[in-house]
Design a binder for this molecule. Structure first.
Ligand SMILES: NC(=O)CC[C@H](N)C(=O)O
Length: 199
């Protein structure tokens, strides 16, 4: 499969490496034409304000929003989660606004409060997964269509709404491919099968 990674700012290469490690093609997405080449897209971590500004300047914002609303599978990591959210606490505007969640930015504290922990996320793997949090957001409120996949200290850090996956943490910064495998096999693959069955 061809998995795009939004390549305006942030942790692009790490995602591309994990995609390729699973035998798929990783494609950097920088212009609207790149959307024609991909089956799914990852919005990497970075700085949501910067990526948001670049999405507006390049005109990619509308294009990306339309693709996601049309069913393209998307995974937002950290800043990517903020870009997907319908509501951002203490901020009067959103970015893509496609996922029915309200998020708190920098929810665990500043850069020096970055931390790692381990959890079993049943829908993803039976084994413990290392979770890396870097000035991460978490989900304050989620709509009824949103499945909660993981909580840390009672805070929602991974959630799915149909074709949309959001994580506060960074699986791409670990050697564990299980989250990428989950995204590609469960979310991307099932959406392709659904689309085929229309015909
Ligand atoms: N690692 C990250 O993506 C950090 C996100 C960043 N704190 C933001 O609010 O956009």
């Amino acid at each position: 499969m061809n998995i795009g990674v939004l390549a305006l700012q942030g942790g692009v290469i790490e995602h591309l490496k994990q995609i390729e490690a699973l035998g798929h093609k990783g494609i950097e997405v920088k212009v609207a034409e790149d959307f024609e080449k991909i089956d799914a897209i990852i919005l990497p971590g970075g700085e949501s304000t910067t990526i948001g500004k670049l999405l507006r300047i390049t005109g990619l914002m509308e294009c990306l929003r339309e693709k996601i609303q049309g069913g393209m599978p998307v995974w937002g990591t950290c800043a990517g989660m903020i870009l997907l959210a319908k509501e951002i606490e203490n901020q009067p505007f959103n970015y893509l606004g496609v996922m029915d969640i309200k998020v708190r930015r920098n929810a665990f504290g500043t850069q020096i409060d970055s931390f790692k922990t381990k959890k079993v996320i049943k829908s993803v793997s039976d084994k413990e997964i290392e979770l890396v949090f870097i000035r991460a957001p978490y989900v304050l409120e989620a709509g009824t269509d949103v499945d909660i996949l993981c909580e840390v200290n009672g805070n929602i850090v991974a959630a799915r709404q149909g074709n949309i996956l959001a994580t506060s943490f960074h699986p791409e910064l670990t050697n564990d491919l299980s989250f990428m495998r989950f995204f590609i096999e469960e979310i991307v693959h099932s959406s392709l099968v659904d689309n085929l069955s229309i015909y």
